[in-house]
Design a protein around this ligand. Structure first.
Ligand SMILES: NC(=O)C1=CN([C@@H]2O[C@H](COP(=O)(O)OP(=O)(O)OC[C@H]3O[C@@H](n4cnc5c(N)ncnc54)[C@H](O)[C@@H]3O)[C@@H](O)[C@H]2O)C=CC1
Ligand SMILES: O=C(O)C(=O)Cc1ccc(O)cc1
Length: 305
């Protein structure tokens, strides 16, 4: 079904998430015209080749000119540069949003540069893969996944409703919360797991008694899952940790204490404590499956673009 939500949208950053939005918006008829911007020449050229969007720009400001919605889909650390580039070209009443994995920092970076009369409504689709670039995206990425919006207290309700309609059009379920709450929730559910994956794969590579080929050969299910996560984009994840520093350090502190407790339990043979924890965690997993959220990010054979 075709439901036009915006006459003209601009997508800045045509990587995994930006290109998935363009593909989904096109497939569902959510936007009349789609302008695409990317500072990387090869990504822009590839987007044009793939027919992702209607016009292509090296300068984010050129894409944002005349857009009703500007969707910023760049690594979190690039948001201030994009805000500066688009600010003078934004049309009054335009909605500016983003997809960054961290929210309070995005507000701090972007808000000071945007003119009055423009609606900044940050967002974060909680859906993705370990791949990046314009080839990695797919229209169905957001279907049945959560998209979190973090509107300011004084948000214009009509602007918010249009952005919600856009995400619902892409198949997402929408929830709103404050940027600060988002950052602590995602620190534990997404950022810490990625940090653990990066660390365990790094540790495995450095354990002297085990060769690299043994790690590859005998990597059973658990370790393989970590290697998938640890293959995620280095720029994106460096930015996530630097821009959600406080929340990540907070949950990392808790995690480290709990890990020390486990270390003690193993050392002192406290099997019932281990058993109790593993029983509780199994129930949590089964609860997640009950909510229909167990599916890992689908791998349709995509490779880094
Ligand atoms: N990868 C994932 O699974 C998810 C990522 N996110 C968030 O989405 C955002 C984008 O991530 P991906 O699409 O995965 O990254 P990506 O690396 O696939 O794409 C980012 C694109 O932004 C472009 N770019 C970078 N700086 C720019 C600038 N200053 N001006 C114009 N273009 C610029 C890059 O050339 C690239 O094409 C990040 O903030 C990330 O935190 C959110 C949900 C899931
Ligand atoms: O690939 C995975 O398993 C992910 O966890 C994808 C992902 C990465 C970053 C986000 O902010 C949201 C989703």
């Amino acid at each position: 079904m075709t439901t036009l939500v915006f006459e003209r949208i601009a997508v800045v950053g045509i990587g995994l998430i930006g290109s998935s939005i363009v593909r989904g918006a096109r497939a569902k008829g959510l936007a009349g015209t789609i302008a695409v911007a990317d500072h990387a020449g090869p990504h822009l050229a590839r987007a044009r080749e793939l027919g992702l969007g209607d016009d292509w720009h090296a300068d984010a400001g050129d894409a944002a000119a005349g857009a009703d919605l500007v969707m910023v889909a760049v690594p979190v650390g690039a948001c201030e540069a994009v805000a500066k580039a688009i600010a003078p070209r934004l049309k009054p009443g335009a909605i500016v949003t983003d997809v960054g994995s961290v929210k309070a920092s995005v507000v701090r970076q972007m808000k000071p540069h945007l003119p009055a009369g423009v609606h900044l409504i940050p967002g974060h689709p909680v859906a993705g893969t370990e791949f990046s670039g314009p080839d990695a995206g797919f229209a169905e990425l957001f279907e049945n996944r959560w998209s979190i919006l973090t509107p300011p207290d004084d948000v214009d309700p009509a602007a918010l409703a249009r952005l919600v309609a856009f995400w619902r059009g892409l198949g997402a379920n929408v929830e709103t919360m404050t940027a600060e709450h988002h950052d602590i929730v995602l620190a534990i559910t997404s950022h810490l797991p990625h940090l653990i994956a990066y660390n365990i794969v790094g540790t495995a590579a450095d354990v002297e008694q085990v060769t690299q080929s043994e790690v590859m050969k005998f990597s059973a299910g658990g370790f393989r899952d970590f290697t998938r996560i640890a293959a995620s984009d280095p720029t994106m994840w460096r930015d996530v940790f630097l821009h959600n520093r406080e929340a990540v350090l907070e949950v990392l502190g808790r995690f480290t204490e709990d890990l020390f407790a486990l270390q003690r339990q193993i050392r002192w043979g406290e099997g019932d404590k281990l058993f109790d924890l593993f029983t509780r965690t199994r129930a949590i997993r089964r609860g997640i499956i009950g909510l229909g959220q167990e599916t890992p990010a689908p791998d349709f054979g995509r490779r880094k673009g």
